[in-house]
Every structure is written in structure tokens, then in C-alpha cells.
Design a binder for this molecule. Sequence first.
Ligand SMILES: Nc1ncnc2c1ncn2[C@@H]1O[C@H](COP(=O)(O)OP(=O)(O)OP(=O)(O)O)[C@@H](O)[C@H]1O
Length: 237
Amino acid sequence: MNRPTGSRRRDSGPTDSQARTADAVSAIRADGLGVSTGDFTLLSPTDISLDIGHNLVIGGDNGSGKTTLLSALTGLLSPTQGTVTVCGLAPDDRKSEFRAAVTGLIGRAPISRELTVAEHLVAIAMSWSLREPHTAAMRQLEELEIDFLAERFAHELSSGQTQLMQLAMVLVRPAQLLVLDEPEQRLDSTRLDLLITVLEKRSQNGTTLVLASHSQKVIDRLGEEYLPLTRDATGLS
Ligand SMILES: Nc1ncnc2c1ncn2[C@@H]1O[C@H](COP(=O)(O)OP(=O)(O)OP(=O)(O)O)[C@@H](O)[C@H]1O
């Protein structure tokens, strides 16, 4: 059974309003959540109890089930055993109530060759009815220090710049809970420090972060709760 290895909560804890909300609903409640296909285990049974306003980093070796777990938490994949709620809802990425509460980056988000970097973010900001979508888009690009790429087409970027753009596409819209799969991918150490600072700010503003990561820096700075996944014997091939 996978379980978090104990709490490393911030001294300050959640704000009063977060605590009140947490009384009513958890960020994540998973009991024996598992995924298997035939006799092969993708994710061994996993328990998670995470309060709103706290962060979870999921670690573990390659193939231990991190992406599978994030996919189950975001409704991209259905668990084959156990139960799970996220922000009090059954994960279903086609339900507008769930999409309003939970967003994330798992793998690559689709991009259009017809749109510039800024236009991708403006489209997302408009779809979430942000009042000044262009301003919101530019602010987000500035926060990740890629505003100089605003007028480039999205397919004209380096791999690290593409990663930052994809993170910006997720960060530009509001969400209670943010799920990121190995956000450190393809980032140099300066950009990784910047990303961690941006995520710390989101966390301080009340967003719950759920990250999978191989980066010790991410684990140390964002992993209030740490869940190292292990593969079940039946998962070894
Ligand atoms: N579509 C699939 N069908 C069958 N098995 C799969 C599928 N996707 C992943 N797996 C297997 O499930 C297990 C967990 O994969 P997963 O991608 O969740 O691991 P991970 O911890 O995210 O790995 P990494 O650190 O390499 O990203 C692996 O053994 C993998 O080979």
C-alpha cells in the first residue's frame, strides 16, 4: 500500500478561510486507489488524504505509477480499484464543475501552429471569462519570464521554452487544485528556481499543488506532504 511518509507542513498552515473550506471538503481523498490492466499493475493501491491549501509531491522510480496516479486524480484515466474524490468531486475532466476546480499538465498540451504564444494564453483566459484576457496572458508570460516570446508561434520554441509556455497555459487560468507531472522537465536550474518560486506564490495564495517530480529541489521546497510510490511485485516485468 502506498501512503504519504508524513507531514512536512508549513509553519503558517492554511488561512482561516482555507481551514473552513477544508472542514467541508478535502483536496484529495483516495482509499486503495489502484490501476491495473489484466494481471499487470500500473499503480499499486494508494491512500491519500490531503487538505485544501496543502501541497503533495509524489516521487518514486521510473515506472512506479506517478503519471498513472495523476491521470486518475484528473479524470484522464479510470481507477480499477479503490475510491477517489478531488475537491469533493469524482474526477471527470469532461464535467465543467470538475474542470473549474482542477487543472494540470500531464504530458504535452495540444498547441496550434496557427496561434502565437500569447494567443494561446489569451484564448484560454477568454474561455475562463477573465476580465482582461490579453493583460492576464502577458502577466503570466512575464511571471515565467517568457514575455519576449509572446509573438512567436508556439512551434518555434526550444524544448525548455515549450515547457514554460505549457506551464503558462495552465497557470493563466484560475483553479483550486493544480496537478503537474514532472514540471522540472527540460528546465535549466535558473528556470527551475523561477518555477518553484511561482508555484510557492500560488500555494501561498491558496492553490493546492499536486506534483510528481524526480527533482530533490522540488521535493524539498514544495513537498509539504511526500508520497514515494513503489511498484507492487505484480507490477514488475
Ligand atoms: N497505457 C499503458 N498500458 C500498459 N501499461 C502502462 C501504460 N502506461 C504506463 N504503463 C505502465 O505502468 C507503469 C506506471 O507507469 P507511469 O507512467 O505511471 O510511471 P511513472 O512513475 O510516471 O514513470 P516515470 O518516472 O518514468 O515518468 C509502468 O510500468 C508503465 O510501463
